[in-house]
Design a protein. Structure first.
Length: 116
């Protein structure tokens, strides 16, 4: 009998991203089950990254347990994100999630959207 190997997560979260998810979950609205990443069609390059609170998991969402709460990846977005690294970066002027996505073939000049 062959052992079933656990499938790797669609993307990796840095410790800073995991901490930001914990911070978000600590102040999440009542009924929130996690934070979800999706890639809606938006922007001049076609796809954008969107992180939102969710109150329910969808059947095809990828579920990633983090120390601070559950992180979901939209089932329809997984193929665009495989192998990506999600980080949280903050400086004096900006703060936000930053993505290293090996599937992105290009991005718009402002960095708000990408194409695969």
């Amino acid at each position: 009998m062959t052992a079933v190997r656990e499938r790797p997560a669609a993307l990796k979260l840095t410790p800073a991203a995991e901490q930001r998810i914990a911070d978000l979950m600590a102040k999440a609205p009542e009924g929130t089950v996690g934070v979800k990443l999706s890639t809606p069609r938006r922007g001049c390059s076609g796809l954008a990254y969107s992180v939102d609170y969710v109150t329910e998991a969808k059947p095809f969402d990828e579920k990633i347990e983090t120390p601070g709460g559950t992180f979901y990846v939209d089932g329809g977005s997984v193929l665009y994100l495989i192998g990506s690294i999600m980080d949280w970066q903050e400086d004096d002027f900006t703060a936000g999630f930053v993505f290293q996505n090996p599937n992105a073939k290009g991005a718009c000049g402002c960095g708000e959207s990408f194409t695969v």
